[in-house]
Ligand binder design. Structure first.
Ligand code: GLU
Length: 471
């Protein structure tokens, strides 16, 4: 691909709190688009607003990106640090005549608006300084305003929304540089996107109106516009704007729920984008398929049931060792005790029977208790109830049968069925006490799986423990 044709996307979050799932989704879309086309995906921290930007919030963005494995190319750019360049461009525009100095004070503008409101006129402020000759300028503080076109329209040729036409008469001459020399957000975004070589701006449609103003800056500078794609925002299950009451809105809250990052990527990709009827897909597929045409025009809805399905599918097809390592990370993230080497080994050996129906990582840990806990097991109340004297007798008998049995699923099934038969019991009646003895609980993986995972010595020891319980 030639240098000119290289696609460059970016995520440009404002570091003012946790990383919202909308930001994560925007990041994912930009990342998928860049990766699909062998392009670049850049990160710019929009920290120009010094009162609201915090180092913690910047870290939260980096953590969220790292968790989702949305790797960006090059160093993260700080918008604040680029202020001198923003000033330089504003001054260039002044020199070119595409911007002008405006000496109107805040009070004057407020008074104009009050009067306009009182008269029922438009409150759009049209600066009297737009056409004042430089020779008549006072020696007073000023802002730099864009000399925006007054007539005609600005058209946002949006890949998602179609052509969006804004009447220029509805836009004022926006401020580019404040009187203290700091750039406005609108100006900084355009200068940065231009300098960073951004070819595609893919972002939430809450920025659609900004695009019209930003296009005017591109035009004033004679810079080529990027391709625009404004994605509808994420809504809650009830179709209303997403808020806390719909569920988790911070991306790391999902990590803390034990949703694997691959599942979250799949789920987020489907929040607003589709590829035919495909709901479940791998990263590689998403990278092959992602396109702007697949982005829908209506807001996606957060759906926790769907997320659970997506998560289950990903967990079931993830490699056992990989799941152990994800669980290790999950425990660290949620400040839970780490697993010992032995526990990790046990977990990996058991994983084949834990991951099938798990909906998240804590589900796996819950079912893994039989392999993570050491003897003597602490039995829960229900498990104790199933170990009545008769059952204990049968378990005792079973230990003898299992001493020399070969440790395979077939043989174990044979031994257990014969023992149940000889007591006139259905297999289920035997499975209860056995499950209690092996796991200390009434819900666990199948008794065969537990026996196979635990091995003969541990199985027999647990049966003996249970058989000799004094209940
Ligand atoms: N900083 C903006 C935000 O966090 C994004 C700006 C943009 O993508 O152009 O919403």
């Amino acid at each position: 691909m030639s240098q000119e044709a290289q696609i460059v996307t970016r995520i440009a979050p404002s570091p003012t709190g946790m990383m919202h799932i909308g930001t994560a989704r925007t990041g994912l879309f930009n990342w998928l688009f860049a990766r699909r086309h062998g392009g670049k995906f850049l990160l710019r921290i929009e920290d120009t607003d010094r009162d609201r930007s915090t180092a913690q919030a910047t870290q939260a963005i980096l953590d969220g990106m790292a968790w989702l494995a949305l790797d960006h190319d090059g160093e993260a750019v700080s918008q604040f640090e680029r202020a001198p360049r923003h000033r330089e461009v504003a001054e260039q525009m002044l020199a070119d005549g595409t911007a002008y100095k405006c000496f109107s004070t805040q009070d004057e503008i407020a008074a104009f608006r009050d009067a306009a409101r009182a008269n029922g006129d438009s409150t759009l402020f049209l600066s009297p300084w737009r056409d004042t000759p430089v020779a008549d300028h006072p020696d007073a503080p000023y802002v730099i305003r864009l000399r925006a076109p007054r007539d005609g329209t600005t058209v946002i040729a949006d890949q998602v929304q179609g052509d969006v036409t804004i009447q220029n008469a509805t836009l004022d001459d926006m401020i580019l540089l404040r009187s203290d020399g700091t750039p406005t957000y609108m100006h900084a975004v355009v200068v940065d996107d231009h300098d960073m070589g951004i070819t595609h701006v893919i972002r939430g449609d809450d920025h659609l109106n900004n695009a019209a103003r930003q296009i005017q800056i591109y035009n004033a500078m004679g810079w080529p516009q990027p391709v625009w794609a404004h994605i509808p925002l994420i809504h809650g299950e009830d179709g209303k704007k997403l808020s806390k009451r719909h569920g988790a809105t911070g991306v790391m809250e999902y990590a803390e729920m034990g949703i694997p990052a691959a599942a979250m990527r799949n789920y987020l990709a489907r929040l607003g984008w589709s590829h035919g009827d495909d709901e479940l897909f791998t990263d590689a597929q998403a990278r092959d398929w992602f396109d702007l045409e697949g982005i829908g025009k209506s807001p996606a809805r957060l759906d926790m049931k769907k997320l659970a399905n997506v998560t289950g599918w990903h967990i079931a097809r993830t490699d056992d060792a990989d799941l152990v390592s994800q669980i290790t990370d999950f425990l660290a993230l949620t400040d839970q005790p780490a697993l010992s080497q032995t526990q990790q080994k046990g977990l990996e050996a058991a994983m084949y029977c834990l991951k099938e129906r798990a909906k998240n990582l804590p589900d796996i840990l819950d079912k893994a208790r039989f392999v993570l806990e050491n003897r003597p097991l602490t039995l829960d109340e229900k498990a104790v109830t199933s170990l009545d004297p008769v059952s204990r007798g049968i378990l005792f008998e079973l230990t003898a049968q299992l001493q020399n049995a070969s440790w395979s699923r077939d043989t174990l099934e044979g031994v257990l069925n014969t023992t149940a038969d000889s007591h006139g019991l259905k297999f289920g009646k035997l499975a209860g006490p056995l499950r209690a003895a092996l796991s200390g609980r009434t819900v666990s993986p199948s008794v065969f799986d537990m026996m196979l995972v635990l091995g003969r010595t541990e199985t027999l020891a647990r049966l003996t423990d249970a058989a000799s319980l004094d209940t």
